[in-house]
Design a protein around this ligand. Sequence first.
Ligand code: CMP
Length: 140
Amino acid sequence: MAGNRTFTMIKPDAFEAGNSGAILKMIEEAGFKIVAMKATRLTPELAGKFYEVHKERPFYADLCKYMSSGPIIAAILEKDNAVEDFRTLIGATNPANAAEGTIRKIFAKSIEANAVHGSDSDENAAIEGNFYFSQLERVL
Ligand code: CMP
């Protein structure tokens, strides 16, 4: 059975552009409940740790640099079928391929500066949520 939680980041491009509020509104209107949230900033080392699964990919170094270039918002979201429904809401990784009306289609600037992150599995949703939030911050 699919889990009911996913994890998201509003990335530096969307935060800097002042789109965090509009993106959170779309997330809530799609039926996701915010159960933990904070504005923070990654160091290059922490960005490297978060995206460690991509460390062999050619874009890894640039991704770590970009993800530590400014503030982000990290959040744990709750909804039935959360991981899959959230990926539908945000659209394809490359905004050029994202469906009309998706968050990335509306707000993303490029495949790297693609406005939001969404977990790709229930297992990674738990790992990524735990990366940002302590047990005390995950009380809901
Ligand atoms: P995200 O869903 O956060 O997961 C990995 C990130 O790497 C991705 O979004 C993009 O921001 C970034 N990225 C940069 N280049 C690529 C690429 N060619 N393919 C996939 N992801 C990329």
